[in-house]
Design a protein around this ligand. Structure first.
Ligand SMILES: [Zn+2]
Ligand SMILES: [Zn+2]
Length: 355
């Protein structure tokens, strides 16, 4: 059984004043490793995990995504906003790949069929096999409706069992486009797109983050980036600042971690929690939380994989009444009470959390 421990940390101002150096505002996904690293981390986390089968299924899905992303890179042919379109979006304060606004390149349909074909041999009879069969036979109208529901967060009409596969294909399309935008940037330019006012959503596509991750590199240590749930772009937001409302007071922003009470050592609970690879950053000002994955404590950490493997942490935080700011398109939960609420996908509580 697990308990939680709360740790207070430096305020955003304190961290910023100590950080020094320059922090790149954006980190673009890497074509050769983006989904492969996720697959590797999922397999590592599956080892001995209560949800091992689910995590291995997700690892296979990430393998299929990696293959499809590589194919799009080789073949091209997907529309990507040019410099003028990106500039226009920046001036209007809009992300250049706004996910909730059409049109989408239909290249994602071929990606979906590729992913479905890759997954079917690995799935025995059951709901997952049925969902793959539905998608294999689906027409374009059905697929577009599913994409609309997923990307606008309107859960009504969404095929929940098929949603992770549809989301996987959409992630490949958006990740490909984000990579192309990053590649097209002027040499030496770290910021080819504008930053938008709302730091709680992706500056590239407007989707909410799945979690945040701390990364060290160059002369910076432990900088925190938010990882987009759709396109995989990461954007810098100082640590200790609520990603939902911007609150930065150390009396309001706190951290919760799972503590394995079966581990007996000399450290107290708070000291162990302060070293946890994944924590929930909670905000008493707005009542939301976002998980923070510490890549500087475990180099294998990957936001989507670590989020999927730590649902227990969501359940514990939900008991305190906090709402999740993060979105994981691979794990959506139907909530009939909020079926028509356009609040972004995955914004509802995890199963049984708070009900
Ligand atoms: Zn994005
Ligand atoms: Zn807040």
């Amino acid at each position: 059984m697990s308990t939680t421990a709360t740790v207070r940390v430096m305020s955003a101002e304190e961290i910023a004043s100590r950080a020094g150096g320059s922090t790149p505002p954006l980190r673009w996904p890497e074509r050769s490793t983006h989904f492969a690293e996720r697959a590797m981390r999922l397999r590592q986390l599956a080892n001995g995990h209560a949800m091992a089968d689910f995590l291995v299924f997700m690892a296979r899905l990430a393998d299929a995504q990696q293959a499809a992303l590589a194919r799009l890179g080789r073949e091209g042919g997907v529309a990507v906003p040019d410099a003028a379109a990106i500039d226009e979006a920046s001036r209007a304060g809009r992300p250049p790949l706004a996910a909730a606004e059409g049109p989408r390149d239909r290249a994602w349909h071929a990606v979906l069929r590729e992913v479905v074909a890759a997954m079917r041999p690995h799935v025995g009879a059951g709901p997952a096999a049925d969902a793959l069969a539905r998608l294999a036979a689906a027409d374009e109208i059905f697929l577009e409706r599913q994409a609309d529901a997923l990307l606008t967060g309107v859960m009504a009409g969404l095929d929940l069992a098929a949603a992770p596969i549809v989301a996987a294909a959409l992630q490949v399309l958006w990740t490909h486009q984000a990579i192309e935008i990053g590649n097209a940037a002027r040499p030496g330019a770290t910021q080819p797109i504008g930053l938008i006012d709302d730091t709680g959503v992706c500056p590239c596509c407007g989707t909410r983050p799945v979690a945040s991750i701390t990364r060290s590199g160059g002369d910076t240590t432990g900088q925190r980036y938010l990882h987009c749930a759709l396109c995989g772009t990461e954007w810098h937001v100082p640590r200790g600042r609520c990603t939902h409302c911007g609150e930065a007071s150390a009396t309001k922003v706190a951290y919760q971690a799972l503590d394995r009470s079966d581990v007996v050592d000399d450290e107290d609970v708070a000291a162990r929690a302060a070293k946890a690879v994944i924590q929930a950053e909670t905000c008493d000002a707005c009542g939301h939380y976002l998980k923070i994955v510490h890549g500087d404590r475990d180099a294998m950490a990957e936001p989507v994989a670590d989020d999927l493997a730590s649902i227990t942490l969501d359940l514990l935080v939900a008991e305190t009444g906090k709402e999740r700011h993060g979105v994981n398109l691979m794990l959506l939960f139907g909530d009939p009470d909020h079926a028509d609420e356009p609040d972004g996908p995955g914004g509802t509580a995890p199963p049984a959390g708070g009900h």
